[in-house]
Design a protein around this ligand. Structure first.
Ligand SMILES: *Cc1c(COP(=O)(O)O)cnc(C)c1O
Length: 462
């Protein structure tokens, strides 16, 4: 018997499920009540009342049996635990950086780095600073400057690496403020605030060349370094035959250090690190770590968290995983595009962003169209998404309100959590909302705090 080779384009989940967690179904009547009680703010819903939770991909992933086995056999010694050395070895192996400082989250690594290097009058350029990064830079009196390429700000322009930094603008900035006022240059991989958009290796190299020419330290915000490596493999010439780990190592080889949230491509529920080469800077950062996090061999993490991250960093770089990961995001994006829904293109690594301004022209930006769509998704199908629009960004320091540049609804996909049928269901919910878009109405704010109001504001339908 001669069997033909089996070929398929179907990408299956590269795991089988060994532990399950029930999700709770509710009726639309119940969801109406629940949403009203939550002040029409999905952040204030109880997670148990959500069927498919796409609020964030941060710390919400499923861990592997290997991660769990590491957790059970962890070493919880205060100083010099085996778990730390396994964690340190994994980070050094992948990043090549000499010093590894564990922290409880990415923002703790940012706090330690920027408190140590930044001061009033300094400027820290990046492609786009993530909000916690920006907050830490500004907290230390420095300016957080975003220099993403123009295509990165245009939702409908197709460009393979929309996270790239504009290198000419970087050089102009150095010329304007002087290299002594720039304690570091950063690149966020992938560019989260820009929609999970990757940065090309060519751009990483170009930024690194400028940093070296002017003797400025170059740091990577590495939260989604594995997803970024996959985009380089599949979109950039010369990388198609390299493995994701080889690509990741090359990226880090051009930098002097990185900050990392292990809640993303660390595949863990909590954790992070700061890694860097400079001995003196590492010593200064460790002193601050003791003050704010803990002894430098555990920082802000339990031994079992470090075990989960040590295994997770390699799992995030697994080709089968990355292929499935990026495909599941694109699969959702394709379904929405086919239905005529306008999304930010091309889809990034960890989320799909729906353009609510385009979908709901009848709702004035100051009546929060993206918020309205977010609530509709919950009412229709128990889906929790997040508004990235005027409720999040519209409040000005003087108390006035200005429409945000874009009205987006982000559907962030947790890692290894939802199956293809969950995604099919989700697409149906969004399409149902789209078909009834003329019915959707705006909202107004009932009460809200002065800062970061989207987390706890209470709203009313108009
Ligand atoms: C999540 C994130 C951070 C902050 O990490 P936390 O673990 O949430 O503190 C920093 N930068 C980027 C790009 C992120 O996505």
């Amino acid at each position: 018997m001669e069997l033909k080779e089996f070929k398929t384009d179907t990408i299956i989940e590269p795991f089988r499920i060994r532990s399950v967690e029930p999700i709770r179904f509710t009726t639309m009547e119940q969801r109406k009540e629940l949403l009203k009680k939550a002040g029409y703010n999905p952040f204030l819903l109880k997670a148990k009342d959500v069927l498919i939770d796409l609020l964030t991909d941060s710390g919400t992933g499923a861990m592997s049996s290997q991660q769990w086995s590491g957790m059970i056999s962890s070493d919880e010694s205060y100083a010099g635990s085996e778990s730390f050395y396994r964690f340190e070895k994994a980070v050094q192996d992948i990043t090549g950086f000499k010093h590894v400082i564990p922290t409880h989250q990415g923002r703790a690594a940012e706090n330690i780095l920027f408190t140590t290097i930044a001061k009033k009058g300094d400027v820290i350029p990046s492609n786009t600073h993530f909000d916690t990064t920006r907050a830490h830079v500004e907290h230390n009196g420095a300016e957080a400057l975003d220099l993403v390429i123009d295509e990165g700000r245009q939702p409908l322009t197709i460009h393979p690496f929309k996270g790239n930094m504009n290198v000419e603008k970087l050089e102009a900035t150095i010329g304007r403020v002087g290299s002594e006022k720039i304690p570091a240059i950063m690149l966020t991989l992938t560019n989260n605030s820009g929609g999970g958009r990757p940065v090309s290796m060519e751009n990483v190299k170009a930024v690194s060349d400028v940093a070296r020419k002017f003797d400025i330290p170059f740091f990577i915000d590495a939260c989604r370094f594995a997803e970024n490596s996959w985009f380089i493999k599949t979109r950039e010439d010369g990388y198609e035959d390299k493995s994701p780990i080889e690509i990741a190592r090359e990226i880090f080889s051009y930098a002097d250090g990185c900050t990392m949230s292990a809640k993303k491509d660390g595949m863990a529920n909590i954790g992070g690190f700061l890694a860097l080469n400079d001995d003196q800077l590492a010593q200064d950062c460790r002193s601050l770590t003791i003050l704010t996090e803990g002894f430098p061999t555990y920082g802000g993490m339990a031994g079992y968290d470090m075990e989960a991250v040590a295994a997770g960093l390699y799992e995030a770089l697994d080709e089968g995983y990355l292929k499935y990961r990026i495909r599941s995001t694109a699969y959702l994006g394709d379904k929405l595009i086919d239905a005529g829904i306008s999304i930010v293109q091309p889809t990034g690594g960890h989320a799909v962003y729906i353009d609510a301004k385009e979908m709901l022209p009848q709702i004035d930006p100051l009546d929060y169209p993206a918020w309205s769509l977010t609530n509709a998704l919950y009412l229709i199908g128990g889906v929790r998404a997040v508004e990235i629009g005027t409720v999040m960004f519209g409040l000005q320091p003087d108390g006035s309100e200005k429409p945000a540049a874009m009205e987006l609804v982000r559907l962030a996909i947790p890692r290894r959590v939802y199956t293809q049928s969950h995604i099919d269901y989700l697409a149906e919910v969004v399409i149902h909302a789209f078909e009834q878009r003329e019915q959707l109405k705006g909202y107004e704010i009932d009460s809200a705090p002065k800062v970061l109001r989207h987390f706890s504001a209470r709203l009313k339908p108009l």
